[in-house]
Design a binder for this molecule. Structure first.
Ligand code: FPP
Ligand code: MG
Ligand code: MG
Length: 383
């Protein structure tokens, strides 16, 4: 019955793979320098939501049942075993756990055994790489945002200072890049490398409130277009391209690869729209990170942009980035009495509907139900 309610817990569907994720990531982050080792592994101690790796694992499983690209037409060297020795073991002889397992050996590792699982070792590794890139961006983001908490604990910049937080973020990117290179798939490498550039581009777009950065900007649709482009770059790029990479590693046909990307792009945009809404509606305690931070940072996100459309007096506050005394409170009041939060939710709902629509042609499976359920979870989440 296609109308039967979905009862699957998406995190449960890939629980077996997720169980090893943090341990494997910690292994990728081993350093002979004890302080670097500690700072690099810091965010692996607190429980993240694992949204991105969960999506990669679910997509891997859901696409395993779809048509494959024919071997001859595939330009990719999917899952080719690697025989060369680990570079990291030479680089870092003093690190007890810096030894990087090669693809051929990690396939035999208990943590990567694939029996009764359609998820390939390379796709599990992709899930880890995706979480590493995400965590790296958080280390940098908390410095840029002067944030004091993350995952209900002091943020790394508070615990270790800006310099070490930034360097640890760079170290995560380095190790993520090594793991990526080891997948021996040039298209996947290119995709994830472009994500790193996109994250920086998104963050740069955010440094300016509007495309023109005028003193007293007038509201136009461009403000929303600019915001959505920024949102794609800073949030949806990682999710969409890692979903695409999962399908590529599985040898999926071109239309399946494209559908995986569209799913990721749309749920990614919805995810950040909800994030920007929660910044207005949920307490910092519940979020596990500072709430109401965006206006304080001078940022006009979706709820404010929608409110501005109906209340043109917000223009001058946007122009001066809510920097004068009382600006933040005034903006907050205008947003609460507007339909900005509702409109943000409605737009996020449109995106998750599109995400579900894009994978509608996948054969029915628990993993596909999980991908659909993730859309509901994104809309219902409070942290
Ligand atoms: C969180 O947004 C931040 C991001 C989604 C991306 C941040 C990207 C950079 C800092 C660019 C540099 C990244 C790398 C990998 C070199 P937010 O501040 O709106 O969310 P928050 O409330 O969780 O802090
Ligand atoms: Mg932040
Ligand atoms: Mg930020």
């Amino acid at each position: 019955d296609p109308k039967a309610p979905i009862s699957v817990d998406p995190f449960q569907t890939v629980a077996k793979e997720l169980k090893f994720l943090t341990g494997n990531i910690r292994q990728l982050l081993g350093s002979g320098h004890p302080t670097l080792d500690t700072v690099a592994k810091y965010y692996t101690q607190s429980e993240g939501k694992y949204v991105r790796p969960t999506l990669v694992l679910l997509m891997s499983r859901a696409t395993a049942l779809t048509p494959k690209m024919s071997r001859e037409s595939s330009p990719l060297s999917v899952n080719r075993p690697i025989t060369s020795p680990s570079v990291l073991s030479d680089e870092n002889p003093s690190a007890p756990d810096a030894e990087y397992p090669s693809v051929s050996s990690f396939a035999n590792d208990a943590a990567y055994r694939t029996e009764d699982s359609e998820i390939l070792p390379s796709q599990r590794r992709l899930a880890e790489i995706t979480e590493l890139i995400h965590t790296s961006s958080l280390l940098h983001d908390d410095v840029i945002d002067h944030s004091v908490s993350r995952r209900s604990a002091p943020s790394a910049n508070i615990e270790f200072g800006n310099k070490m937080a930034v360097l640890a973020g760079d170290f995560l990117l380095g190790r993520a890049s090594v793991a990526l290179a080891r997948l021996r798939d040039p298209e996947v490498t290119e995709l994830l490398a472009s994500v790193i550039a996109n994250l920086v581009e998104g963050e740069f777009m955010q440094l300016k409130n509007t495309a023109s950065d005028e003193r007293n900007p007038v509201w136009t649709e461009n403000a929303l277009t600019y915001y959505l482009q920024k949102t794609y770059l800073k949030s949806a790029s990682l999710i969409s391209k890692s979903c695409r990479a999962a399908a590529i590693l599985g040898g999926s046909s071109q239309d399946v690869v494209e559908a995986s990307y569209q799913y990721g792009k749309n749920i990614g945009l919805a995810f950040q729209l909800v994030d920007d809404m929660l910044d207005y509606t949920i307490s910092g305690e519940e979020l596990g990170k500072p709430a109401g931070a965006d206006l304080e940072l001078g940022l006009a996100t979706a709820p404010l942009l929608f409110a501005w459309k109906d209340n043109k007096s917000l223009g001058k506050l946007v122009g001066r980035k809510f920097s004068e005394a009382g600006d933040v409170q005034k903006a907050r009041d205008i947003v609460s009495s507007s339909s900005g939060l509702e409109q943000t939710r409605a737009l996020a709902q449109e995106y998750v509907d599109k995400a579900i629509e894009s994978i509608a042609f996948f054969p029915d499976s628990d993993a596909k139900d999980g991908l659909i359920e993730m859309c509901t979870k994104v809309m219902k989440r409070r942290k």
